[in-house]
Each structure stands twice: as structure tokens, then as C-alpha cells.
Design a protein around this ligand. Structure first.
Ligand code: SAH
Ligand code: SF4
Length: 383
């Protein structure tokens, strides 16, 4: 099986390129600097006859200070600021809608230059003044997990690195979360989960580029320990993700038999449970400190019996893991129902007794359709 992986991996990456985002050049010919890797930024500056340290300065302004206007970049002389502004922009996606839940979860619909849009959710921690930003990786999704709202939306295209980083930066803007002149560091937006719309490992190149920008120590500087990527189980790309990014991994398991998983997570027909678990076992850094999270959406009468809880424990035996039990979040037209609180409790207890942390994830932002699996971007065209 493992021998087939490289060919399969190349096929997936080639297919992803087919859904590539447009390479934005504004109508006036200016290019966006957001989303360029450090090396690309250095090359752009070289084209201007500037030394690599210019790129370093720009990087600091763009990703550490959150500047969008060249005129505030005080370490750069005015004539060069003007020259840069004539050729480049530092952009953000447009905030098309901004909704606040009664539980203070906040959902943005971000619109890009070609009018495609995705949703991004900020989920504050309950006690502390911290929280997670849930980023989308694709407009829609090619997969069609039966319980997921995004899965009903066809894949329009992949997001670019700029659009993935842009979601985070625009959320920071909304919370005024850039370092203050006094040097106070941002706290609120303290973790990132790639759990929004889309399957991140089907857009691996752009997700990886975005995460490398986000993890860069001279910019946003979020450590890989504060980033979790959730996949429905794209086995051939999981190894690369572990080796190159080393972020925390969450795996959407949701069923303990291939028969059921084939039905509710159709990707299972390609990469069945045994191969998925083997890929988890190979995932680097899987130690007790860096456990793999198995996500399990609790669907009433479908996957929530005590026997299934016991089978789950056997399946992940020996893996450093925790299990996130997600109550099913309904959406307009969905055909499943959430498990009863009793079924949830019994299931959680069995997993817990086997030595795995098994928090039941309280749904957040349900009233604004911001909870897991409720995201779907609909841009209303003013007709
Ligand atoms: N495509 C990736 C990441 C986005 S989905 C993945 O599937 O892992 C993030 C999580 O929400 C996944 O575990 C997904 O299975 C779960 N989810 C999807 N629809 C849901 C729903 N209606 N209720 C609860 N969780 C859901
Ligand atoms: Fe896509 Fe994840 Fe939704 Fe499945 S659960 S349809 S992989 S976004």
C-alpha cells in the first residue's frame, strides 16, 4: 500500500492545481504582497534593486505590525514608500457580513476579488481572553460528508495562501489585535484551527504556504503547537503535512466500521479506516504531548451506541490520542439528529474509562450557523 502513496499523492496535488485560485494582479497592474513567501518577497525587492533586508523590513510591517499602508512603514524612506505603493498593495479580503452569536462567537463572510467567499469563525474561550480562529481552506468542498453543510456546496476553487493568511489578518483587524506601539502582544487570537470550509489536504500547497507564513518567527509567529489542521483522511498527504508542517492533527473519524464510514464520509471508500489509522500512527511527533485528535460527530441512532464507543477505543488503542465528541449541528435540510444527552454521556464515559480524554464539544455559535459543519458561503448578488 505504502508504495502506491507517492503516485496517489502526485495525482491529488495535480488535481488541486486544477482548482487553483486566480493570481491576483489588480486592474491597475499592482500586485498583492500578502501571501508571498519570504523568498518571493526577496525576489520582488531584487527586481527593484533593493537588498534582501528590505524584504525583511516589509515582512515585519506586514505580518508583525499588520500594516496595510506603505506610508506608515516608518523604517522605509518616503520615496521608496511611494514607489512601493505604485507597484504593490497589502490587501485584506472584504468583510461581506459580520455576525455575532449570543455566546460571543463571531462569524465573518469574507469576499475575494473574484466575488467568491468563505466563512471564518472566531471562537472565544469561555473563561480566558483567548480564542481560536477557524479558517477555511476552499470555497466549498469536493467531498460530501452526509452530515456537513459545506459538503452540499460544490467546490468552486481552492483558496490561495494570501486568502488563507488574509482571513486571519482580517480577523485580527476586527479585534484590533496587532501589537500596540507599547509592544503589548496580541492574546485574543491565540490559536488557529483549519476546520472551516473545505478539505485542507486537497489544497495542500496553498495551506502549507499560508501556514509557513503564519508560523514565521518574525511575523505572526504562531507556533505549530497552536495550530490544528483537520482532515477527513486524505492519507497520501498526511505524511507530507507531518514532515513539513508538524502542526497538530485532527482526524474526522465519525465511524468505526468501513461500512458506515463509506456512507457518511465517502472519502473512506478510497482510504479506509485501517489505512487512515496507520497514517495516524506514522504522524510525526505523536507523543503524549502532541496527541492526535479524533473527531467524532454524534449522530442519533447512526453511530452513537456503547458498542461503537468500545470499538472506537480498540481502533485507536496504542495511539497517543484524544477524542472530540461533537454533537451534531443541524442545518437547513439536514437529515440527521443530535444524539441524546444520555447517549453522549455513556459514549464519553467508555472512551474516558479507556484512558482517553473525551471532551464533548459544546456547540458554539449555532444561532448564526457558525458551529462545526454549518458553514456554507452564499454571496447574495444584488440583482
Ligand atoms: N474538511 C475537514 C475540516 C472541516 S470540517 C474535515 O472534514 O475534517 C470540521 C469538523 O466538523 C469535521 O470533523 C467535520 O466532520 C465536522 N462536522 C461537519 N459537519 C458537522 C455537523 N453538521 N455537526 C457537527 N460537526 C460537523
Ligand atoms: Fe468537506 Fe470536511 Fe465537510 Fe466532509 S466534513 S464535506 S471533508 S468540509
Amino acid at each position: 500500500m505504502t508504495d502506491l502513496l507517492p503516485a496517489e499523492r502526485d495525482r491529488i496535488l495535480a488535481k488541486a492545481a486544477h482548482f487553483s485560485p486566480p493570481d491576483y494582479v489588480l486592474a491597475d497592474g499592482r500586485r498583492d504582497l500578502v501571501g508571498l513567501s519570504r523568498e518571493e518577497l526577496i525576489r520582488e525587492m531584487e527586481g527593484f534593486g533593493e537588498k534582501p533586508f528590505r524584504a525583511k523590513q516589509l515582512w515585519h510591517w506586514i505580518y508583525h505590525q499588520g500594516a496595510t499602508d506603505f506610508s506608515v512603514m516608518s523604517s522605509i524612506a518616503r520615496p521608496l514608500q511611494e514607489k512601493l505603493a505604485a507597484h504593490f498593495v497589502v490587501s485584506r479580503p472584504e468583510v461581506a457580513t459580520d455576525q455575532l452569536s449570543k455566546d460571543t462567537t463571531r462569524k465573518f463572510l469574507f469576499k475575494f476579488r473574484d466575488n467568491e467567499a468563505v466563512e471564518t469563525v472566531y471562537i472565544p474561550d469561555r473563561q480566558e481572553d483567548r480564542g481560536a480562529v477557524c479558517l477555511s481552506s476552499q470555497v466549498g468542498c469536493t467531498l460530501s460528508c452526509r452530515f456537513c453543510h459545506t459538503g452540499t456546496q460544490r467546490l468552486a476553487r481552492n483558496l490561495s495562501a494570501a486568502e488563507i493568511v488574509g482571513q486571519f489578518m482580517a480577523t485580527r483587524d476586527a479585534y484590533g489585535e496587532w501589537p500596540s506601539p507599547k509592544g503589548e502582544t496580541p492574546r485574543l487570537l491565540s490559536t488557529i484551527v483549519i476546520m472551516g470550509m473545505g478539505e485542507p489536504l486537497y489544497n495542500y500547497e496553498n495551506v502549507a504556504k499560508a501556514l509557513k507564513i503564519i508560523m514565521d518567527g518574525e511575523g505572526i509567529a504562531l507556533s505549530r503547537r497552536r495550530i490544528t489542521l483537520s482532515t477527513s483522511g486524505v492519507v497520501p498527504i498526511m505524511d507530507r503535512c507531518g514532515a513539513e508542517l508538524g502542526v497538530n492533527l485532527a482526524v474526522s473519524l465519525h465511524a468505526v466500521t468501513d461500512e458506515l464510514r463509506d456512507e457518511i464520509v465517502p472519502l473512506n471508500r478510497k482510504y479506509p479506516i485501517k489505512e487512515l489509522i496507520a497514517a495516524c500512527a506514522r504522524y510525526p511527533g505523536a507523543s503524549n504531548a502532541r496527541r492526535i485528535t479524533f473527531e467524532y460527530v454524534m449522530l442519533r441512532g447512526i453511530n452513537d451506541t456503547e458498542a461503537e464507543a468500545r470499538a472506537l477505543v480498540q481502533l485507536i488503542a496504542g495511539l497517543p490520542a484524544k477524542v472530540n465528541l461533537i454533537p451534531f449541528n443541524p442545518w437547513p435540510g439536514s437529515s440527521y439528529h443530535p444524539s441524546t444527552p444520555e447517549a453522549l454521556r455513556k459514549f464519553a464515559n467508555i472512551v474516558m474509562d479507556a484512558g482517553y480524554a473525551s471532551p464533548i464539544r459544546t456547540p458554539r455559535g449555532r444561532d448564526i450557523l457558525a458551529a462545526c459543519g454549518q458553514l456554507k458561503s452564499v454571496v447574495e448578488n444584488a440583482a
